[in-house]
Design a protein around this ligand. Structure first.
Ligand SMILES: Nc1ncnc2c1ncn2[C@@H]1O[C@H](COP(=O)(O)OP(=O)(O)OP(=O)(O)O)[C@@H](O)[C@H]1O
Ligand SMILES: [Mg+2]
Length: 191
């Protein structure tokens, strides 16, 4: 059997009467690069929002590295309104917040660039390292986290080199042209 990193299973996302995503099934295997394409309003962003915990789907489930991380079924008003497929197949509610999904190892960029505008290119990526850090207020205050921070800074530099932004690391993020801001978001997601 193919080893799936990501599996989207019968995902439907309805906003009232608007069916933004209708029974989506998608699998991404290890090492694969997969694109989701479709015209404006097809539901691509909504699909990513369901996968990363921004929205709870109306129905269906999302699996990540063999573990079910998202599941939902029509509830409340939707119970009557839902006319989609696979009604009744999903019974529990699993709704991790986006930060929990990130912690599991799935990161994203945004359709509309969302960088920390006044921060430098370097700091935008360094901030993303926070969710992997073991330090706390105490260890940071007494600089016991020095080693960890040095390793993080090293890794941030590597990531900036990977996306070709090492030469502008000290510039404010918003001084970069659009294409480079996109690359910065990718570096942050990788971090
Ligand atoms: N929060 C929301 N509330 C209500 N309707 C929404 C919401 N988010 C998206 N929609 C609707 O869901 C449908 C899919 O939108 P979505 O943004 O996912 O499309 P998209 O494929 O990303 O489009 P684009 O190519 O323009 O980015 C649209 O009809 C949109 O109006
Ligand atoms: Mg979109």
């Amino acid at each position: 059997m193919k080893e799936n990193v990501l599996k989207v299973e019968n995902v439907t996302m309805q906003f009232g009467g608007v069916v933004a995503v209708d029974n989506l099934n998608l699998e991404v295997g290890k090492g694969e690069i997969v694109a989701l394409i479709g015209p404006n309003g097809a539901g691509k962003t909504t699909a990513f929002n369901v996968i990363t915990g921004v929205y709870q789907p109306t129905n269906g489930a999302v699996w990540f590295q063999g573990e079910k991380i998202v599941e939902n079924h029509p509830q409340g008003k939707m119970k009557q309104q839902y006319k989609g497929e696979h009604a009744g197949d999903y019974a529990q509610v699993l709704a991790p917040t986006p930060d929990k999904v990130t912690r599991l190892g799935m990161a994203r960029t945004f359709q509309n660039i969302r960088l920390w505008k006044s921060q430098t290119v370097f700091d935008n990526v360094l901030i993303a390292k926070h969710c992997r850090a073991a330090s706390n207020v105490f260890s940071a205050a007494f600089r016991l986290n020095r080693k960890e921070e040095a390793a993080q800074r090293e890794n941030v530099l590597e990531l900036l080199e990977t996306v070709g932004l090492a030469d502008v690391k000290d510039e404010p993020a918003t001084s970069l042209p659009y294409g480079k801001q996109r690359r910065l978001e990718i570096a942050r997601a990788l971090a």
